[in-house]
Design a protein around this ligand. Sequence first.
Ligand code: ATP
Ligand code: MG
Length: 893
Amino acid sequence: MPEITTAPGTGPTPPDTAGTRTGGELRRAPAGAEPAALTPLQLMRRLDTGPRGLTDAQAEERLARLGENTVPTWKPVSWPRRFLGSLRDPFTTVLLCLGLVSAAVASWGTACVILTLVAVSCALRSGGEHHASRSMAALRELVATTATVQRRADDGAPPQVREIPVDQLVVGDVVRLGPGDLVPADVRLLRASGLTVHQAALTGESAPVPKRAVDAPLDGDGGAAEPPHMCFQGSCVASGSGTALVVATGADTRFAAAYGGRARRRGETAFDRSVHGIAWTLIRFMLLTPPLVLMANAALRGRGLETLPFAVAVAVGLTPEMLPVIVTTALARGAAALARTSGVIVKRLPALHDLGAIDVLCLDKTGTLTQDRPVVVRAVDARGVSDPEVLRWAAVNSFWTIELAELPVPDALDEAVLEASDENGADPLEYDGIAALPFDPVGRLAAAVVRSPGQHGSHTLVVKGAVEDVVARCGRLNLDGQDAELDEAARERLLRFAAAEADSGLRLLAVARCERRPRLGAYTDADVRGLTFLGFVELSDALAPSAADALKVLAGRGVAVKVLTGDHPGTAARACRDLGLEPGEVLTADRLAGVGGPALAAAVERATVVARCTAQDKARIVTALREGGHTTGFLGDGVNDLPALHAADVGICPRGAVPVAREGADVVLAEKDLTAIERAITTGRHASSNIAAYLRITLSSNLGNVIAMLAAGLLLPFLPMLPAQVLVQNLCFDAAQLSLAFDRPSPDSARKPAVLRPRVFLRFITAFGLINAAADLATFAVLAFSARATSGTDTPTMFHAGWFTENLLTQAMVMLLLRTGRRAAEARAAGPVHLAVTALAVVGLLLPVSPLATLLAMSAPPPLYYLLLSVVLALYGAALTIARMRYARRANG
Ligand SMILES: Nc1ncnc2c1ncn2[C@@H]1O[C@H](COP(=O)(O)OP(=O)(O)OP(=O)(O)O)[C@@H](O)[C@H]1O
Ligand SMILES: [Mg+2]
């Protein structure tokens, strides 16, 4: 099966500098002590850098000396290595085993046939994969991520913050990390604020892990597996921010050591379930065939081990050796076309197949269905009366969280709040910032601690966040400058008011504050309690222009859409309604807490919108849907979508997504237009339908041949097909079937999710295999009859020639008639399949009468045979057509 590498970021291998003295020292962090066990100062001295970052010249010199920051084994694999790699494919392995068996019994002909088949299919496959992976690498390059680094033009210049490609980072660089950033290398934190990272790729732990900077070396903690002040490549920032020093890049990172270039394994995807499922079923059959043939021959004809080469040939006849080639070619062609025409970038080839199989697509709202460009509409107090004080406090919170948390990119909500308060003439700088707890997606609020200049007796904690979460932490309420207690009834009123506002589609932030006595220790989430409620900031976020169209076409394509959002249920429901998607009863994630497995799947199955989801909730829901038998896609743009992007069969992100989402997604919609997703799904379905056509055609005719070979082996006194004939016939089939990867599929094939179900296939091929075998047996009868009528013909050679012709002609008919749901009228004349079919028929008719025939131990059958054969073929065509129609009716019914 095609093992298509999913590794992001490809690039040349860093030169191995481990041998050079300075290089070795710098790359492998300081000899003797782990970087984690040193103080920041010691570490900076070791790495010859400072808190202001490297100069451009230093960085350039290190890059030249130490190489790029890419995991070396992610470099493009060379063609010969790919060839060797394709030998490990299960079909190839089985074929090679069969070859060994033949060699062991000195059946050199069969062994050579098998070797040739293996060589041809491996060459084609590795060539195809090589080509595909090169174009995939070019596509991935288009969505490559960058790192925010602090560097100086020269020694005297002030540090500048800039974005550079991740592979240009070097040891000693100072980088900034913010929500949604990938940790670009192994780093030691210099400063951090509310920082949590997902490091599932490294530790398998799904919840974000808190990280903090420590000044002193940690006693005994330096060597711990997860020191809190180290972040590693392969993890990403879930919340908060930090500034950090790069201590290892490229091959020296922990990630490279742990994975050594192996692609990260993800759970079984739709591709594995169907294509791999079918392949393994066949392999089991192939392994069963030789012993069965041996036993049948022994029991019925009293033959011994001498039938082994023949038994092996029968098993070889079953192999769809071109499957990997067809799969790779069909998918790679689809991916290239999508990138060219719709700006959709498929980063992992099998994801294109999975796109075609999606029947449930989960979306997040903010940034996907909406533009994530919020604008403050108004700020109101607890009664809903306009109140500029509320906006002023919200702006103090926004300003100081951005400022103190050193977020590389400010949050869209914070920016909107600051812009609106600017217009009001408010100045957050009238306070001094003390500390910040940046937005935490689980607690759903952000807090800043400030004080009025000169006022040392008191700190003010200013909080803004999701209404339910902020109100739950309030004990008092401020109205017209007067504090009052916030009782249950008042709390209810606030939530009702918020729900009513959200129903009109507005996004809401609740604002609250409280006074605290100054203290030395750090503020934590536990301090955000006993707040005084101030009011709401209401924002509007325009819908994405193409979202409504995208939802409509998805519905038309048989894809159920579910919106999983962190926002308020009212806001989400209204956005859906405005987009023409009926939300029905809106669930909230807290109602699903503790519900798991099938119950969760059933609950989500009925719902269209699930609101107030955390990142983990989104992933849990996607997983439940998958376990419920759906092929799910997830389309999302934020850090809170990352676990769900990984959990889905296909993770998709829109153009404006944060870097981790782009990195974690299998498919990136690089254009603004969301309707591109529909074109991506259609392309996936087309590719799958071509693969399905290949499987249907090759398996039913192979099965038919095998049955016929078995029968002939038992009926005839000579071998029904010689090894060389098996080879030539298989090569002809292979070459012709390759055209199926290039076939233009019928529009029918894009109407429904394209799922290749192994059991449906097996039923199909049994029916059609039997028809094929019947045609073969009829041909034997016709051959026997013509031989007797035309005396003097050498029967075995004539038999071989006659059967060869019939096999190629029936194969050509099968290829024409068993393509997807195609009526004869739809068939266009000059497609690649038609050319292949014509070539196949010409070879089938001419080869046995050409001078080459003697080489293959064939002799031309008498004219009578051709006459009778045309009758057999006509009947065969009629039987195929009828069976095809009945099958199509059953499949649609
Ligand atoms: N910077 C922020 N400061 C304070 N509160 C915020 C901030 N960003 C978001 N919130 C609050 O937290 C809630 C959840 O945010 P989250 O990022 O999980 O989801 P979302 O962006 O609203 O929706 P989606 O999941 O559809 O992208 C928001 O609805 C908002 O009330
Ligand atoms: Mg979002």
